[in-house]
Design a protein around this ligand. Sequence first.
Ligand SMILES: Cc1cc2nc3c(=O)[nH]c(=O)nc-3n(C[C@H](O)[C@H](O)[C@H](O)COP(=O)(O)OP(=O)(O)OC[C@H]3O[C@@H](n4cnc5c(N)ncnc54)[C@H](O)[C@@H]3O)c2cc1C
Length: 410
Amino acid sequence: MAPFSPASSDVLVIGGGPSGTALSAELAARGLDVQQLAPHPPRPFPATYGAWLGDLPAWARGCAEQVWTDVRAYTGPQPTSLGQPYALLDNAALLRTLRGRADWTWVEGAALHAERRGAGWIVYGVGGEHWQTRLVVDASGHGALVSPVRFPGGAALQTAYGLVARFRRPPVTPGSMVWMDYRTPAPELKRGEATFLYAMHLGGDRYFVEETSLIARPAPTRAELRRRLLARLSAQGTPPHATESEEWVAFPMNAQAPAPGGVLAYGAAAGRVHPVSGFQVAGALSDAPGVAAAIADALCHGGDAAAAGWAALWSPERRAAREVHLLGVGALLGLERAELPHFFGTFFGLPREQWARFLHPDTDAGTLARTMLRVFAQTGGRVRLPLARAALAQPAASGRALAAAAGLKI
Ligand SMILES: Cc1cc2nc3c(=O)[nH]c(=O)nc-3n(C[C@H](O)[C@H](O)[C@H](O)COP(=O)(O)OP(=O)(O)OC[C@H]3O[C@@H](n4cnc5c(N)ncnc54)[C@H](O)[C@@H]3O)c2cc1C
């Protein structure tokens, strides 16, 4: 057996994404000895991260590469103005800001598994290395290493295919951000899963355009979404003329609140992806100080740091909220594809503070359930029936959601 790594740490954070980096920064800022393990050196996070500006913690708003105030959704021929600013994150600035917060050690390597050893842990690496630590945090993303996250009925995925490209004619209104465009200018878009265009004007003739399937099981493939995106752009008379980069998105949306284990999970590995929007990054940045404080306090006073971290991340209120979100997922999965635009037409027709609270990373079960009841009351009959069916399929959870909506604790 190879010897232990001579350096042991208070916390070993597995993963070099936004979640692991945000938590490492907050742990190190509290004086803990932190090692962050990733198979790559520190480098700007590779995905295109968008977030509602107001959902980001105040410091992270300074890491926005661009902010749009003209934010639209098309659930029919006319746009709905969503009326709240949306940000594209500058991932290099985000990484720089997090790394500047405190000092900790970045270790290049990949974890294979973690084993309890006395009061602490040994993490084994793929290259035969060992790391000794008091607490392991798994922030290794959607394909998490140790994560206890489960997906009821199997994982339902968000998939999307996007391009950053130059256009001779603008594919969306210049200066705008299109959060959701369910229009179907090409016949191909009327077949198969209902997908929508998510797009940002990046300045000049540059745009980010992405064909997105919000949530499906099974989900459309990369080839299918690429075909649909190009058909949409071509039918609009706005094909890309020079492509700079491509993006493929695929991750599960329907995580149950996980049972706490000896390894703390964080970020996507902890099932914190919002089950209706797919957003996670703003929440991971906002949660890091509270989770780090709970861990630091437990390590300092001889408490159970993993349990403290789990309690801070997945409070009983958040567990109740996730149950309501999963009722929403059941409803979305049960809708006929053609009804999705109607559903979102009703959703975005609610007063802005109601739909915005629903999409916020940290909204209580009662508020979520009341919003769902409003959508149910205001939408058309063809949408209402599958929503009712989804609720009846989960009678106990639906009962708790109704009680939460009425402000009762059960
Ligand atoms: C292309 C794409 C676009 C997305 N866009 C958005 C968006 O606009 N807004 C939003 O809020 N969310 C978005 N998401 C959803 C989600 O928030 C992201 O997936 C986000 O990257 C999750 O952050 P994370 O740090 O938890 O995990 P990741 O970003 O997946 O990071 C995981 C890290 O762990 C490392 N790792 C993996 N295995 C090991 C191992 N065995 N040992 C050591 N390290 C390991 C990886 O190399 C990586 O550094 C997007 C997802 C994808 C895939």
